[in-house]
Write a protein that binds this ligand. Structure first.
Ligand SMILES: [Zn+2]
Length: 96
């Protein structure tokens, strides 16, 4: 299974190491150059959502997807929205 990393976050972690060591500076800067010149993978971004409690018509409790509004009595059992694919790991107050 392929794994992906964020280029800028890696570079942000490598730069202080290059600055901290004269011995390692050139090697780390070469690594940063290589990281910057790698082609980007075509990876779709992950949508994060959460289940919101919803009780229409006074009937039994159900949940709706915070991202697409899909509702289902069983949807809250899923880690992903079966309609839009949002990953249900976002807290209600997250601003991400
Ligand atoms: Zn959804």
């Amino acid at each position: 299974m392929s794994e992906y990393i964020e280029r800028e976050k890696l570079i942000d972690q490598l730069l202080p190491l290059a600055d901290a060591s004269a011995k390692l500076h050139d090697g780390i800067m070469t690594a940063i150059f290589q990281v910057k010149n790698q082609p980007a993978a075509d990876v779709p971004s992950v949508v994060h959502g959460h289940w919101e409690v919803f009780a229409p018509w006074g009937s039994k409790k159900t949940v709706i997807c915070s991202e697409c509004g899909n509702y289902s009595p069983l949807a809250g059992e899923y880690a992903y929205c079966p309609n839009c694919g949002a990953r249900m790991d976002k807290e209600e107050n997250d601003n991400v």
